[in-house]
Design a protein around this ligand. Structure first.
Ligand code: NAD
Length: 349
C-alpha cells in the first residue's frame, strides 16, 4: 500500500491511496483540523478522470469544515474519495486496506459512510482503525446509518423555509432528485406531511419503488431539475446548480441533501438574482455528521435529535440575513463558517 502525502492549495494535506494488492485507489483530503480531527465520510464512486476525483475530494473536504463549524461540532473537515473498480473486486479486502490508510493518519481524519459506502463497509474499516463512525448503534449510544438524521435535518429545514416563503409543505409539490438513502427517507417524511412528490433516480427501479410506496410521480433524470414544482430537493451528486440548469429551474426554493450543489460559488448569486431561495447544502444536511460525531465521542443517542432540530432555525437566520443584506445565502453561510473557525482557532493559540 502506498499512502503519499502532498500539499494542495486550500488543504492542510492530501493523502494519495494506491494499493496494488486490493485495487484501492483514491485520496483522503484534509481541509482543516483547526476545530478538531477532520471528520467526513468516504465516497466510493466511478470517475472518468483522476483530476475529477481529486477535485471532488477537495471541495467535499472544504464543505465538511464549514458544515462541522456551522453545526457547532468540535471537528474539522476532511473527506475520503475512493475509485470504484470497474472489474470485480474483493470488497472486504478493499475496505480493510482503506481502514489501514485511515489508521496511518493517527486520528487526523475520522471516516464514516457517504455515497456508495455502507454500515457494513465501516464495520470492515473498524477492524483496522478506531478512527471511524457510522457503525451499528449499541446500548443506547448514538450510531448507525446517518442518513435518516440527514433526511430529518433537511425536512425540518424545508418546512421552516417553506413557512417563511408562504409554501406550507402540506400544499407543496417537491421534486426530489436521487432516491437513495437520504432521498428516500426524505420522501417518506414529506409524504407524511401531505406534500405532492415527483422523483427521479438514475437507478430507475429505485425511484419506481419509492414512487409506488408513497404515491409519487416518477420522471426521467433529465426532467427532474426543471419539472414544475414549488421546491427542488437535490439528493444525488454535486454541481447540479450551474449555468445551464439555473435558468431552467421552476422551483422557488432549493433545499436538499446533496453536497456541493452549486457548481461554483457565484451560482448562488445567480439563484438570488432569479429570486430562488437556496438553503445552503452543508448547513441543512448536517444531521448525519451530528449523529456520526456523537457516536465517535461515545455520546447517548437521545441527545442527537435536539441538535438536528437546531439546524432549521440556523437556516432561517442565514436566509433572513441574506435577504436583509441582499446577499446570496451561500455567501452568508460561508462567511459565518469561516468566522467561527477563525474565532475558535484564535482562542486556542
Ligand atoms: P446514495 O448513494 O444512497 O443515494 C444517491 C442516489 O442518487 C442514488 O440512488 C443514485 O442512483 C442517485 N443518483 C446519482 N446521480 C443521479 C442523477 N444524476 N440523477 C438522479 N439520481 C442520481 O447517497 P445518500 O447517502 O442518499 O446521499 C445523497 C447525497 O446527500 C450525496 O450528495 C451525499 O454526499 C449527501 N449527504 C449524505 C449524507 C448521509 O447521511 N448519507 C449526509 C450529508 C450529505
Amino acid at each position: 500500500m502506498m499512502v503519499r502525502t502532498a500539499t494542495q492549495d486550500c488543504l492542510e494535506s492530501l493523502h494519495v491511496l494506491d494499493d496494488g494488492e486490493t485495487g484501492l485507489k483514491g485520496v483522503i483530503a484534509i481541509h482543516s483540523t483547526a476545530l478538531g480531527p477532520a471528520a467526513g465520510g468516504c465516497r466510493f464512486w466511478r470517475y472518468a478522470e483522476r483530476e475529477e476525483l481529486v477535485a471532488d475530494a477537495v471541495r467535499l473536504a472544504r464543505g465538511m469544515s464549514y458544515k462541522n463549524a456551522l453545526a457547532g461540532l468540535p471537528f474539522g473537515g476532511g473527506k475520503a474519495v475512493l475509485l470504484r473498480p470497474e472489474e470485480p473486486f474483493d470488497r472486504v479486502a478493499y475496505f480493510a486496506a482503506f481502514g489501514r490508510a485511515v489508521a496511518e493518519l493517527e486520528g487526523r481524519y475520522v471516516t464514516a459512510e457517504d455515497v456508495g459506502t455502507t454500515v457494513a463497509d465501516m464495520g470492515v474499516v473498524s477492524d483496522q482503525t478506531r478512527f471511524v463512525a457510522g457503525l451499528d448503534a449499541v446500548g443506547g449510544r448514538a450510531g448507525g446509518d446517518p442518513s435518516p438524521w440527514t433526511a430529518l435535518g433537511v425536512f425540518e429545514s424545508m418546512k421552516a423555509a417553506g413557512a417563511m416563503l408562504g409554501i406550507p409543505l402540506g400544499d407543496a409539490s417537491v421534486a426530489v432528485q436521487g432516491t437513495g438513502n437520504v432521498g428516500a427517507a426524505l420522501c417518506r417524511l414529506l409524504a407524511r406531511e401531505g406534500a405532492k412528490l415527483i422523483v427521479a433516480d438514475i437507478e430507475e427501479k429505485r425511484a419506481a419503488l419509492v414512487a409506488r410506496e408513497i404515491g409519487a410521480v416518477q420522471v426521467g433524470v433529465d426532467e427532474i431539475l426543471e419539472v414544475k414544482s414549488d421546491i427542488l430537493a437535490p439528493c444525488a451528486l454535486g454541481a447540479v446548480l450551474n449555468q445551464r440548469s439555473i435558468p431552467r429551474l421552476k422551483a422557488g426554493l432549493v433545499c436538499g441533501a446533496a453536497n456541493n450543489q452549486l457548481a461554483e460559488e457565484h451560482h448562488g448569486d445567480l439563484l438570488r438574482d432569479r429570486g430562488i431561495v437556496y438553503a445552503p447544502d452543508y448547513l441543512v444536511n448536517a444531521g448525519g455528521i451530528i449523529n456520526v460525531c456523537a457516536e465517535y465521542r461515545g455520546e447517548r443517542a437521545d441527545g442527537v435529535e435536539a441538535r438536528v432540530m437546531a439546524i432549521a432555525p440556523r437556516l432561517i437566520s442565514v436566509l433572513e440575513r441574506a435577504r436583509h443584506d441582499g446577499l446570496a445565502s451561500n455567501r452568508v453561510a460561508d462567511d459565518l463558517a469561516r468566522a467561527h473557525i477563525a474565532n475558535v482557532y484564535r482562542q486556542g493559540v
